[in-house]
Design a protein around this ligand. Structure first.
Ligand SMILES: Nc1ncnc2c1ncn2[C@@H]1O[C@H](COP(=O)(O)OP(=O)(O)O)[C@@H](O)[C@H]1O
Ligand SMILES: CC(C)(COP(=O)(O)O)[C@@H](O)C(=O)NCCC(=O)O
Length: 321
């Protein structure tokens, strides 16, 4: 069996084992991992620009690793129950996905949801995004925080922690609010029910954050990540992130923003140049600042880091030792 170069003495001070893209993708050869026609159809439905080679090289090995972690946790619980001579209800395994706005958290989360559901041991995989715990616009306006959407103080972090702790205490049905990118606000007529799935993928900017978001929160010392079993940080160079943000904005401008109910409907009537200038300004003043101040500093708390390069291709994977 090959030992990985990351175990070389010169890498011993790093908290992570580092894999270049081809080293990581070689890991899928350890077990036969393939995609069926149906899988491919489902994955292409997630995102038309998603390359199947990317799924095969990066996300299939990752789903195998996660499957092993979930199995190990299930086994640990069996051991605990044997020791306590008790039987406890199953508790979902929580996978957290953090990273900048527009890095591809929600796309990665949906790919992993599709791939993990294929493993025979845990077919039910729920997906939750922490956007749902943003304070409604009315409240953000009252607190003068509309220009700080996505910053720690724009979230109702206590409600988010209550939500994840309810899942982890085995509660049968847990409800989360839902955010709409179309109305740019929390939906008043929709919520998400989580009913004891085997795995919950929790995706959001703030999954690994530990700072108290308001003064009132200073006293609580519980973090979302305390309830997360395995965390992933998706990273890329800032220039690329800005480009991906602008590209997504332009895609929205041609699609969702054309809906008269869209918060940014007026942007659909602007020239492409004007739209690029606005997206660039929103990035520079809000999302870029949030990345540097609040999101990237949480990267090194993750169990696994996916480093993306051009075209959303993962160039490097780091796995905590
Ligand atoms: N693996 C990928 N391949 C191609 N495009 C991607 C990939 N991941 C994300 N994207 C694109 O990048 C943009 C941001 O992705 P998204 O998942 O919405 O990010 P986030 O949830 O982090 O804000 C979207 O336009 C999406 O289509
Ligand atoms: C709602 C968000 C904070 C969530 O981020 P995402 O799910 O896109 O990663 C973000 O999309 C956002 O609206 N940021 C505020 C500035 C803006 O882009 O309009």
């Amino acid at each position: 069996m090959n030992s990985h170069s990351a175990f070389d003495p010169e890498n011993r001070h790093s908290a992570y084992i580092q894999f270049e893209r081809d080293e990581w993708s070689d890991l899928r050869d350890n077990v036969k991992l393939t995609l069926s026609e149906d899988d491919i159809k489902q994955l292409q439905g997630i995102n038309e620009s998603l390359s199947m080679q990317e799924v095969i090289d990066i996300y299939l090995p990752l789903s195998r690793l996660l499957n092993l972690y979930v199995e190990a946790r299930q086994y640990r619980h069996t051991v605990r129950d044997k020791f306590l001579n008790s039987h406890n209800e199953k508790v979902p395994y929580i996978i957290g996905i953090a990273g900048s706005v527009a890095v591809g958290k929600s796309t990665s989360a949906r790919i992993l949801q599709a791939l993990l559901s294929r493993w025979p041991e845990h077919p039910k995989v729920a997906l939750v995004t922490t956007d749902g715990f943003l304070r409604p616009n009315k409240e953000l306006v009252a607190r003068n925080l509309m220009h700080k959407k996505g910053f720690p103080e724009s979230f109702d972090i206590k409600a988010l922690i209550d939500f994840v702790s309810a899942i982890k205490s085995g509660q049968e049905k847990v409800t989360a609010p839902v955010y709409s990118h179309l109305t740019y606000d929390i939906m008043t007529n929709k919520s998400l029910q989580v009913e004891q799935p085997d795995i919950v993928i929790l995706e959001g900017l703030n999954v690994l954050q530990t700072a108290a978001s308001t003064e009132a929160d200073q006293s609580h010392r519980t973090f979302v990540s305390d309830f997360v079993d395995f965390s992933i940080f998706v990273d890329a160079e800032t220039d690329l992130l800005k480009t991906w943000y602008i590209q997504r904005f332009l895609k929205f401008r041609e699609g969702a923003f054309t809906d008269p109910n869209a918060y940014f409907h007026s942007y659909s009537k602007m020239s492409k140049r004007e739209a690029v200038a606005i997206a660039s300004k929103i990035w520079d003043e809000i999302n870029g600042v949030n990345l540097e101040e609040n999101i990237r500093p949480t990267r090194d708390r993750a169990n696994l880091i996916l480093k993306k390069s051009t075209n959303h291709q993962v160039s490097q994977v780091q796995l905590r030792k």
